[in-house]
Design a protein. Structure first.
Length: 264
């Protein structure tokens, strides 16, 4: 397949970005793409982010045009906590940081026009879930929860949207028996199918109980007065832009299978 190079995604300090460690690279791109746990030594040594340019696989789909982010707030979420996330997602699409995302594109052939991921990126519908699956989630249950909210009409049926399940700090999650939230990753994005429909989704947990694994450099500063929720915003932004530019995990990647936000 034909591939075209693009400049690496830049690191933007104003988003409190945390470069990923390479400790768990083996699970980075299996059936899902992860935002790995913070490794202070890897980051301090400047070895976490890779410098290889990422390239495009001709014909691979990306999310172009209007993109909604629909949210399931799972567990115990206050209104203020939800407002922090809602405001963040509602505004990042108009930032200079998001302009980097707009340089990625879909192209069906080398003679066709490029269609860029210009958005707009908007907050879609949100809903709450009062522990329907308890405080232990799995990769399978997360997909089921999201789809149940779709079938009940609490979230729209939109195969061009991104669905995020965001869990409260008392909720544990494991995607497999060997990979789990706070131990292997802080969040991830992937897809799931129901019948002939295919959905793009992501999971990010509140790392209040594992703040050393999934927080920003300065853990004593919380812009919104909520360390756990503020710490979620980096992987939320990370997974959104990757889900837009590489929704099916086959579009924009480097030779090590890193996606654009992995390059920060």
């Amino acid at each position: 397949s034909q591939r075209f190079e693009a400049k690496a995604f830049m690191k933007i300090e104003t988003l409190y970005t945390v470069s990923e460690s390479t400790e768990h690279a083996a699970i980075r791109h299996d059936k899902f793409s992860v935002f790995e746990v913070y490794n202070g030594n890897a980051n301090n040594n400047g070895t976490a982010a890779t410098t290889n340019n990422i390239s495009y696989t001709m014909g691979a789909l990306v999310l172009t045009g209007a993109t909604n982010v629909h949210i399931v707030y799972y567990g115990n979420w206050t209104t203020n906590q939800q407002n922090i996330v809602n405001t963040f997602i509602s505004t990042i699409g108009s930032t200079s940081w998001f302009n980097i995302e707009k340089t990625y594109y879909f192209q069906i052939s080398n003679t066709s026009s490029k269609v860029y991921t210009t958005g707009p990126l908007t907050l879609g519908n949100t809903t709450t879930n009062n522990y329907t699956n308890g405080t232990q989630l799995t990769g399978t249950s997360i997909k089921d929860i999201i789809y149940n909210h779709i079938t009940k009409g609490q979230l729209p049926n939109d195969q061009r949207a991104i669905y995020l399940l965001l869990s409260s700090s008392d909720v544990k999650e494991n995607y497999t028996t060997t990979s789990s939230f706070c131990n292997s990753y802080c969040g991830y994005h992937s897809t799931f199918s129901r019948g002939t429909s295919k959905y793009i989704y992501g999971f990010i947990g509140n790392p209040q109980k594992c703040i050393n694994s999934c927080s920003v450099y300065n853990k004593l500063v919380s812009p919104n007065g909520d360390v756990g929720v503020d710490a979620m915003l980096t992987p939320v932004a990370h997974e959104i832009v990757e889900a837009m530019s590489d929704p099916w995990l086959n579009a924009w990647r480097d030779i090590n299978q890193n996606e654009n936000a992995d390059k920060w």
